[in-house]
Design a protein around this ligand. Sequence first.
Ligand code: HEM
Ligand SMILES: *[C@@H]1O[C@H](CO)[C@@H](O)[C@H](O)[C@H]1NC(C)=O
Ligand SMILES: *[C@@H]1O[C@H](CO)[C@@H](O)[C@H](O)[C@H]1NC(C)=O
Ligand SMILES: *[C@@H]1O[C@H](CO)[C@@H](O)[C@H](O)[C@H]1NC(C)=O
Length: 652
Amino acid sequence: MLSTIVLALLVSLTLYALKIYTQFARNLAAAKKSGIPYVIIPFYQLNRLYQLSQLFVVPIARKLPVSWTEIWFDLTLEWGWARRYEPFKRFGTDTFLTVSPERNQLYTADANVISQITTRKTDFPKPLEVYESIKIYGNNVVTSEGQVWRHHRKITSPPFSEKNNHLVWTETLEQCQAMVNGWFDGNTGKTESKTIYTLADDAMRLSLYVISRAGFGVRLQWPGTGGTHANGHVKNEEENNTSSVGNAQKHTMSYTDALGSLLHNILWVLIVPPFLLKHLPFQRTKESYTAFVEWGKYMNEMFQQKKATVLKGEEGDSMDLMVALVKGAGITKESSTGEKPPAQTLTDEEILGNAFVFILAGHETTANTLHFCLALLATNIAAQRHLQADLDEIFQGRPVNESEYEEVIPKLFASMAGAVLNEELRLLAPVVGVPKSTLKDSPQPLELGGKTCTVPADCYIAIITPAVHRNPNQWPTGPPANPQKPSHPLSNLDNDLEEFKPERWILDPDAKHAASMPDQEADTEASHLGVNTAADTSAALYRPPKGAYIPFSEGYRSCIGRRFAQVEILAVLALIFSLYSVELAVDAYASDEEVGKMNDQEKFEVWSKARDEVNRQMNEDMGAIITLQLRKGAIGLRFVKRGKERFNCNAR
Ligand code: HEM
Ligand SMILES: *[C@@H]1O[C@H](CO)[C@@H](O)[C@H](O)[C@H]1NC(C)=O
Ligand SMILES: *[C@@H]1O[C@H](CO)[C@@H](O)[C@H](O)[C@H]1NC(C)=O
Ligand SMILES: *[C@@H]1O[C@H](CO)[C@@H](O)[C@H](O)[C@H]1NC(C)=O
């Protein structure tokens, strides 16, 4: 009996080993034939077991001799963020394959390769299995490919118009003003705010409120601001039901809390199936489940309400996302002639799925960009002063919220404001690996350094954004600020690509006056899908070669909310820095009283300590789960009226 079991076990093990070996041999052969440099690693990066092993096995295995493990430890999970350009430099190639028994992978930081991959959308489709988990409310524009994707994209693109961007601008300014008032405890007469440690949360709230308004027509009110708005549906935090919705169900969480909690617990919600989530005995999972259900209810109510409005033909010219989804799905005004309405082309689930994915895609990304723009500007005083000088020239003393959007927005794009935005997204692009693939049985030719190579079939492709944006073969470089103290321990030690230097984008300081918007879309097939094939950045600024700067990805599957996000961030920069300066908090090193008595040299010393700590946080405490953000701690900042700065040391 026992011997039978042992035998069976041995046979299965042998068969398993044989299978692994055959797969490996096949993958290796494909890599050899490809003409692309390759390295062999034991695991496929997206294998769930391998990912779990990072928690338990890898820390132990790190104790093994370095020569055994060197290459594949360099390529552990999140290596794109942790190591950036360093592996590419060491391997001496901007594109390489990794071979493992399960699946081959291609990693690239090469602009030319990226251009090819992002333009040939049928040759290099999205690996849909990666997006499986964001279908929780239904299929959507992110989780689909081919004709289905085209259909979703076409329906979801109308709200991303200039008209709606104008709304993004006004709503951002209003909410941002409320945020600033909060920092000053409602007393903007004060010259200095307290030290703010809640910037990450504040930025999240701001971007959520803006997307709620511009995406869904729901206006949320900043906590602590009294009164009501003249138009829009106003809600405040405590409200448990959507007052805008006629058939409101009983809710156990406010809209903001539901969404906040959903996003906070998103990994649980994405990984654990709902029925399990509901019954797991943890506070966290219970809360995630409630948030998941509650937010679904809110979305559904909003959907039903918009549907009713559209059926009555009362939506006017409002074109928020929900209205666009309802209309795009074929729901139209009931015709008086009794004609049958066209069949609904998106299911109710798909409509909710898209609503969710827009919040998911647009919320954290924009919030983190805002958060880090402020933190980075606090570490680079010269750049901040340059930004303020540009804003003064653009606004000429007029309040930002009383200036013409059409007039100032192109100028902002072309000024230090645009440069700061571009540079922040170069350094800290929220999406650190843009996934693509080749299909089974479909190897693809690829031009690589002038010769034609072959990407193996069924290959997972990751475009490593942090490396692309720091590839010295594709970016003009200068010497590092301080060779003794490199900005990153491994990557780009001999140049300035790891540094926050918005000035690298400024070609002609006067160009902002004659600026037009970043290229507008020609009337192409792509433009009808809301695909922006135009450059990300203003023509007045430095234009990286195609494929070298991809914070919003490129080609057909590039970000639909690009301009939305850019306008929002430019509005925040304009509003804050036309009136205030942001300073690093030095509370950990000296009290306000001590700082008051310091001379310039002493101030510079405490300020430098604070700066070094922020730089450390930005290297070490960041994680790239879903989007790149600070995973622990907080960056402390203070806001002060312009002219009342405590630290003017020009630190570089
Ligand atoms: C700074 C802010 C943002 C950044 C850096 C960003 C970046 C990106 C990137 C890199 C992709 C491609 C992802 C992939 O291929 O897997 C993407 C796709 C997408 N983004 Fe954004 N995004 C931002 C803001 C927004 C906003 C505000 C919205 C909506 C309101 C949005 C909606 C989307 C959607 C729907 C897609 C999928 C498009 C498709 O597959 O056709 N994003 N974004
Ligand atoms: C909820 O909805 C009802 C009726 O629509 C409304 O009277 C009430 O003020 C709303 N808010 C709360 C917190 O119950
Ligand atoms: C909203 O619901 C929560 C949880 O049930 C409750 O504690 C709170 O008092 C409610 N707020 C209002 C205004 O009804
Ligand atoms: C601009 O902002 C100021 C300060 O919040 C406010 O008093 C003023 O009414 C705003 N103007 C417009 C046109 O919204």
